[in-house]
Design a protein around this ligand. Structure first.
Ligand code: GBH
Length: 469
């Protein structure tokens, strides 16, 4: 086994799932069609200065209209599963109340189309497109948003719970809570550290209530999951502990153990007394899940900030102008430049961090099956003279991370699958269309799809279960 995670010829266990992932606002477009209500990302992207180049998801990959040929593309790539998200404002345009049948019909067709092609539907209820009406009523810092989410989950369970293979409640609540309500680089762009912690709690509550609602309404036998972006922080122990508390355990402890950790409460005491946590909440949050979804891209190097030098901030986000992605620890921890090669996002490439994360999760939650629900990279790829996209850097990134995943399985980690982010180049949030993560290139002028070398490579993996040469 090579130490640099470049092995090929390694075989994954039978039944291991290979898939790709997208999210509704990033690919669908059709922002004003068939009764879809506005979401916070419509509002945010239309606000000057929030998204690179003024890009919006109004058209995106036009997947809302091209879903059928996109499904053919997935079948051609040999995918065993497709992880997509459902736009809440298509289902319940104002967040609560009237259900929009046209929205349900779209996802129902999508699910049927996947099943017809032998691709398992992995559906996420929330990948950041909150109905604007709910934000106007307070957003995630307001407890009522968790009530609304449970109602929405019941609607979906009844409509699709006979066919969906895996339900995922939330994608990356860390991003929703802290980038959306603390740091402000994501919609709705608020910079309120205390509110971002209330948001984290209400996301946890929404997760637990949605699981209960989905279980009560799904008539098939779906699996249940949540997807978290977990941080691999390295460096000074006390700084690592703080980032682990507010970045990871704020979600894993209530969801998987039914508690909030004392050190997290202490670290954030100057911001909140956590009185938004009511009796019974932790029991509601602590629902069993069949698989924990993990999104992994890179690592962080941290140390305690002494306060007498300008604080370095290189946590992978655009400058926040005063916002914080780390409530309670933002003025205590500093993020140092990362060693090694970087992607076009300026995130460091560290497959050993993925192995470390999987080991940590196995040690903390030995009984919990895991799934890598996102991993991938943006590079400056282009169409070459022969019409192909020769994204050798992405192939190398994927090979090394899949080799790390394979090694984790050898080490006894109960890892069930891997989803590459992303199927298509798409709307990369604050970066608009400037950053391309797809294994399939999208020409945003004419919506042409071109399978990149990485897509061909991934097909080899997905169809054989063996890491290709
Ligand atoms: C995911 O979020 C999203 O789910 C997806 O929609 C998005 O398109 C995709 O990733 C690519 O961005 O501090 O060095 O670890 C990614 C969330 C959180 C990953 C912050 C990178 C910062 C870099 N990101 N993290 S680092």
């Amino acid at each position: 086994r090579s130490a640099d995670f470049r092995d090929s010829g390694l075989r994954f266990p039978t039944g291991f799932t290979f898939g790709s992932a997208t999210a509704s606002y990033q690919v669908e477009g059709a922002a004003n069609e068939d009764g879809r209500g506005p979401s916070i990302w419509d509002t945010f992207s239309r606000t000057p200065g929030k998204v690179w180049n003024g890009d919006t998801g109004d058209v995106a990959c036009d997947h809302y209209h091209r879903w059928e040929s996109d499904l053919d593309l997935m079948a051609d790539l040999g995918l065993g599963a497709y992880r997509f998200s459902i736009a809440w404002p298509r289902i319940i345009p104002t967040g609560r109340g009237a259900v929009n049948q046209a929205g349900i019909d779209f996802y129902s067709r999508l699910v049927d189309g996947l099943l017809a092609r032998g691709i398992r539907p992995v559906a996420t209820l929330y990948h950041w497109d909150l109905p604007q009406t709910l934000e106007d009523a307070g957003g995630w810092p307001a407890r009522e948003t968790a009530d609304a989410f449970a109602e929405y989950a019941s609607v979906l369970g009844a409509a699709l719970g006979d066919r969906v293979h895996t339900w995922t409640t939330l994608n990356e609540p860390w991003c929703t809570a802290y980038l959306g309500y603390g740091q402000g680089g994501h919609a709705p762009g608020r910079r309120e550290p205390a509110a971002s912690l209330a948001a984290a709690h209400h996301l946890n509550l929404a997760h637990g209530r949605a699981l209960q609602a989905l279980r009560a309404t799904s008539t098939g036998s779906p699996e249940y999951s949540v997807t978290l972006n977990l941080h691999v922080a390295r460096g000074e122990a006390e700084a690592v502990r703080r980032i682990d508390a507010v970045g990871n355990r704020v979600f894993t402890s209530p969801m998987l153990r039914g508690v909030y950790d004392d050190d997290l409460i202490a670290d954030t005491a100057a911001l909140t007394d956590w009185s938004f946590v009511r009796d019974g909440d932790l029991a509601e949050i602590h629902q069993p899940i069949d698989v924990l979804g993990v999104n992994y891209y890179s690592t962080n190097t941290v140390r305690l900030w002494s306060g007498d030098a300008p604080r370095q901030s290189n946590d992978g986000h655009k400058p926040a102008d005063g916002g914080t992605a780390w409530p309670g620890s933002d003025d205590v921890v500093e993020f140092l430049p990362q060693p090694g090669p970087h992607t076009a996002m300026d995130w460091n490439i560290a497959p050993d961090g993925l192995l470390e994360l999987l080991h940590t999760l196995r040690d903390r939650f030995p009984e919990q099956p895991l799934m890598i629900t996102e991993n991938g990279a943006a590079f400056e790829d282009a169409v070459s003279g022969d019409g192909g996209v020769h994204d050798a850097e992405r192939v190398d990134y994927l090979r090394r991370h899949l080799t790390a995943a394979h090694r984790a399985i050898e080490d006894g980690v109960d890892l069930r699958g891997y989803f590459v982010w992303s199927l298509l180049d798409n709307f990369e949030w604050g970066y608009g269309y400037a950053k391309r993560f797809g294994v399939v290139r999208v020409d945003f002028d004419d919506q042409t799809r071109t399978v990149k070398d990485s897509g061909h490579w991934f097909r080899g993996l997905a169809t054989t279960g063996v890491i290709p040469e």
